[in-house]
Design a protein. Structure first.
Lengths: 345, 345
DNA sequence: AGATTTTTGAGGGACGTACCTCATTTCACG
DNA sequence: CGTGAAATGAGGTACGTCCCTCAAAAATCT
């Protein structure tokens, strides 16, 4: 049986109240006593029963997820996943608010987050490009004791507690290898579609792609990035223009959203299935396109996993518990038609 | 705030004791009253606070994991993962015993499991080939109220509650596509190494491979299965013999363990890096071989995920809770050098 | 109707922790 | 050595559930 606070009190030769004061970092305990209690804790290998603790304190964790107002299928799936996870056992005793803010508008983001700071906020997950404004927001949140994680897009310069997402350079490299392998040995050009060249994750993915192409597939030449701004129509137009202007385009890498625009353009050009396409994120559309052969591989991060991981990491930070790195590492999933998970209703 | 038993009692117009009787299926409640209480439960959307319940009843779930005594790195990783998960929050309030039984010996397996049936067993995860003996064991376990899941290898004919693992036909198909794509358009032969042709998962993987090769890569001819029995030396010998006897072997698919034997044989034959290799399971060795270019892709199922999923599913069955299909679906991971997760110490 | 059985109610103690109050002890300092 | 402050102890209540007992009420049977 696991030791309890009572065992600690006995072992340390103090009262229950003192153990409690130490455990919950309440004042009024001599340094010496704190040491004695901590000693007993390590000696007995005590670990707080989180279930009982949460039960007792009627703890309600308050979390805010800040997501850009982009109407991509992936973001919709992510919103749903967050809502679902919040209801499940991982979201036990926590209230999760999803804030949808205008994309690429750090000022609006900061305002929106500040608007819900009247109530004490335990944790915050932010998906946004790295800008000084957001960085300052993270600093302020941390200062007032709120745990912060960056989601999908990292904020490496901000003092966030954790990054929940994938290594985008590695994702780009992965895409590059798949493109290179799938396209074969003939020379050709690779069209690259991104959301925006100002977005950190897009830059990283493109960088990874170029690295791998240069290293291992020098017969493939990547073209300048096309910006689709996560918009289907715009993406279709810019890619169509590119396909019309260039010959020998043997592959397309879509690093951002707006993948529907990519398949639209390919179909119009009669190139669907003839040009190797690697896209990001498994959605209803990319699934379909994988099945009908328009897209050949999808690099994906699991929305459910992202949501669960963000929530778990935030709670672990707040409760000062260790993080299971293995579990929280978001994998760069490679999906092809053959290993597509069955659709969940 | 979530409704509690007290709310249910008030809503149903009965006492707390009655609600408790209904909730825990204790006798002595009229049908009519049971209905009234259940009605109140659905009306208020009550869900039992599992943490509080476990706290109160001092529940200790007793689980047994039955694994074959194979000394592959994957199985060692799996054993470690199970041990770790049992210690973590997923294994809260549960005691997990890992039983290691002689491989391919259903009788020994049954005996070993029966030996620990003196204590009441809440759940059991079995990794074994499907045989009548094991099937009977599952039937008996179920009959005495033990939840049962099949792990990695399914027991489709046995009344197990759930299968925790991947679709092996799909895994074989996935391997086939990778082999086909990576090997290029030149005709050639594919060597296939399995543990044993009597193992269901091996048969399935091979079947998937052959399907895809026939459909999409008819220029590749798959050779008869080589049996390595998960043994490094034996695998090396059979594959070496095959490589010596056959010319034009352009690819190797290792569907089972003993991958070290495969790389040994290729190195000896001077074919390392020249022949496309697809293996299963990410281990220290396959990671290294991916990095040095001897293996080109690994089809993997995450050991930590398997362990967590098995435990979660068992507990859900015991507590009659719903299962989050999305979370419990084990993915067929495709790993190449570029999307290899960082090594965890 | 009375006797018997079944169903229900009321209440309490437990699980491990949090958090509160109030009294008592210990300590440092003048 | 006394005083005030700091440290500690003792004890309680609460969280939501389980599980137990005993009494009371209601239903069923004779």
């Amino acid at each position: 049986m696991r030791p309890t606070v009572i065992d600690i009190a006995r072992e340390a030769g103090v009262s229950l109240a003192t153990v409690d004061r130490v455990l919950n970092a309440r004042p009024g305990v001599r340094e010496k006593t704190v040491l004695a209690v901590n000693d007993a804790i390590t000696r007995l290998g005590y670990v707080r029963n989180v279930a009982a603790a949460n039960l007792a304190r009627q703890r309600l964790y308050r979390f805010v997820f800040v997501l850009p107002d982009v109407q991509s299928q992936f973001l919709q799936a992510l919103r749903m996943a967050i809502t679902e996870v919040a209801r499940g056992p991982v979201g036990e005793a926590s209230e999760v608010l999803i804030l949808t803010v205008p994309p690429r508008d750090p000022h609006a983001l900061v305002l929106a987050v500040e608007a819900c700071l009247d109530l004490p906020l335990d944790g915050c997950a932010i998906m946004a490009n790295e800008t000084p404004e957001v960085r300052d927001l993270v600093v302020r949140l941390k200062a007032q004791g709120t745990a912060v994680v960056s989601l999908i897009t990292d904020q490496p310069q901000a003092p966030r507690d954790h990054f929940v997402g994938i290594d985008n350079v590695a994702a780009g490299r992965t895409a590059g290898v798949l493109l290179g392998r799938f396209a074969g040995p003939a020379p050709g050009k690779v069209a690259v579609v991104v959301s925006s060249m100002l977005a950190r994750d897009m830059v990283d993915r493109r960088f990874g792609l170029d690295l791998v192409l240069a290293e291992r597939f020098p017969h493939l030449q990547s073209l300048p990035s096309l910006e689709g701004h996560d918009d289907r129509d715009l993406t279709e137009r810019v890619l169509s223009a590119c396909l019309a202007a260039q010959d020998q385009v043997v592959a397309v890498y879509t690093a951002g959203a707006g993948t529907r625009g990519v398949t639209d353009a390919l179909r119009k050009a009669g190139l669907a299935g003839k040009v190797v396409v690697v896209a990001h994120e498994l959605t209803g559309h990319t699934r379909e396109a994988l099945l009908d052969g328009t897209i050949h591989a999808v690099i994906s991060q699991d929305a459910g996993h992202l949501a669960r991981s963000a929530l778990r990491v935030l709670r672990a930070r707040i409760d000062r518990l260790a993080i299971d790195e293995g579990q929280e590492r978001i994998r760069i999933d490679i999906l092809i038609r053959e290993n597509l998970p069955p659709e969940t209703p």
